[in-house]
Design a protein around this ligand. Sequence first.
Ligand code: SAH
Length: 274
Amino acid sequence: MSSRTETFEPTVPRSLHAGDPGALGRVAFVLVGTSHPGNVGAAARAMRTMGVTDLRLVAPRFDDVAERPEARAFASGATDVLDGVRRFATLAEAIGDAVLSVAVSAEPREFGPEPAPPEACAADAMAVLAADPAHRVAFVFGAERTGLSIEEVQACGRLTSIPASPSYSSLNLAQAVQVLAYCVRRAALAVPASADAAASAGARPGPRLADQQAVAGLLEHAERALRTIGFLDPRHPKKLLPRLRRLLLRARLRPEEVDLLRGVLKLMERGGPR
Ligand code: SAH
């Protein structure tokens, strides 16, 4: 290794053009309600250049968006990412298998997670992926005109904003994808190769976490149980549930903790022990 390369060591431990770290295979980028085929193609290219290939679309404006000529043209050499696109009717389904989902939005949202810089969220995602080889993470992007809704941001465990100029902070969708994909790649390269290899070999240095589908099921159960005991007023449910969702997502529950809480909720629904 030349001394010139070594000057980069603190931030890029592996070669600048190292192969794709295995953890990138467990990162999904989710585009919600995308309207322009060109943006889907350009997002695919942005991901592919950084070694991220799992592209998911939630209710795109056109069902065949990934096959449209404009998308193919903008994807350039990344049409394989478009070929592998998966479509989902709802955001909950698209992020159900992730243990951590990160909303990517210029705007914070009420009762959503506190915003953190992309680098911090990317590092967090890598730590989660390194903890267990079954873990997956998702980064969620909004539609061109509307961005992510309050509910969509609240559905995610974390929120990141690209610190752009306050006088014009809204990036083009595919360019926002590029920034995040770059941060994710840099974070993946900062994980020592030995840890990456150990994770691929099935080593489990951290606790297994419940996925978002399990947490969503817990929340639905909590809503029913809290209504049964009268703690949740169905006429004013708005604040309690988002607060509870934020708490449960922040807690990074383990599967057995979800089971424990559901056991408590079951008893609440039945009105205590019989
Ligand atoms: N008019 C929309 C902008 C949407 S831009 C709005 O006000 O929200 C499309 C998507 O690109 C956003 O939903 C977000 O996922 C991403 N994006 C654009 N600029 C961003 C920024 N500064 N930080 C984080 N994400 C951004």
